[in-house]
Design a protein around this ligand. Structure first.
Ligand code: Q46
Ligand code: ZN
Length: 304
């Protein structure tokens, strides 16, 4: 197999595009894809300050690296979730990346600043804290972006993540979520940052290849809380289909965004107001984050 750009022996195959690239040409192709996605959806411009949500994994670090090379103004943000050794190692990788490139990495420490860790937020029924973790991440990324004046929050969600989310939402006919799923979540309130996903058309293995070729040192292991998660089962199912039908994941997701989503979009935007406790945007009197934290802190032993 030869690189489609320079005809040298190829190192990375992108089957859904019927393409292959050598290690020299691949990073440019990856960055061009990111740039196209940003342009197609008018995600942000070079005048915007972009806050990149960093986990220490391949996707968020590949995204930060690509945005940097493309000339965007970016800072990172990492949340110390308190998930044992996994958090210690992912924090170290995130800090090392920021230091190596001379970038600013904001951090929120849940245990030190807010008195809880993610493993303490396990759901009694499922035994997993992932729903709580999602609420915590959305809350703090938004709060830091608004407080520090960033125009937009960029996350490393890739094609596999987005196709798996879509698959799960279709299986359970979560029409509310389906109507809102997309690469850009517009701000509908002055305290709500815009959210964008510049990697949503690139697969997990595309960012892994980019990270390896660009020598980005990322945390390879998955969060231990992800074991047994439904999203992983959905990814396995889609990967099995993709194996025999290259491009299926892309068609599934992009086809939905182009054709299916508009039928599910609600005309009336939900009324956003400020949380009575913390002032963050919410649709209820008190936001989901404040309610969740208050509920759980009552059950945790008092810290001395
Ligand atoms: S970090 Fe958080 Fe994930 Fe770990 S606890 Fe679940 S949601 S699996 S992306
Ligand atoms: Zn609140």
């Amino acid at each position: 197999m030869r690189c489609i750009k320079c005809k040298a022996p190829a190192n990375v195959e992108v089957r859904r595009h019927r393409s292959a690239f050598c290690a020299g040409c691949y990073p440019d192709w990856f960055r061009t894809q990111v740039q196209r996605t940003i342009d197609d959806h008018r995600m942000f411009s070079r005048d915007d300050r972009v806050l990149v949500a960093i986990s220490g994994g391949k996707d968020s670090l590949a995204l930060w690296h690509a945005l940097l090379r493309l000339g965007y103004q970016t800072d990172g943000m990492y949340i110390r979730l308190g998930i044992g050794d996994y958090s210690v190692r992912s924090q170290a990788k995130s800090e090392a990346f920021a230091a190596r490139h001379g970038l600013q990495l904001h951090q929120v420490d849940l245990a030190a600043d807010h008195g809880f860790t993610i493993p303490q937020m396990r759901n009694q029924r499922e035994g997993k804290p992932c729903a709580a973790c999602g609420t915590v991440k959305r809350y703090h990324f938004n709060k830091v972006a608004v407080d520090l004046g960033y125009s937009v929050v960029a996350t490393g969600h890739n094609l596999d993540d987005e196709a798996a989310t879509l698959f799960g939402n279709v299986l359970h006919w979560q029409t509310d979520f389906l109507g809102r799923q997309g690469p850009v979540l517009e701000s509908t309130h002055s305290n709500l940052a815009r959210k964008v996903k510049p990697l949503y058309r690139l697969a997990e293995r595309d960012s892994a290849a980019y990270a390896i070729i660009e020598r980005i040192d990322y945390i390879v292991e998955e969060c231990p809380m992800a074991i047994g998660a439904k999203s992983l089962a959905y990814k396995d199912t889609l990967n099995a289909l993709e194996e025999t039908q290259p491009g299926l994941k892309y068609q599934f997701l992009v086809g939905f965004l182009r054709q299916g989503r508009k039928a599910l979009k609600t005309e009336d935007p939900v009324q956003i107001r400020q949380c009575a406790k913390c002032g963050q945007p919410t649709t209820a009197e008190v936001c989901a984050y404040c309610r969740m934290v208050e509920r759980r802190l009552k059950k945790l032993p008092v810290r001395r």
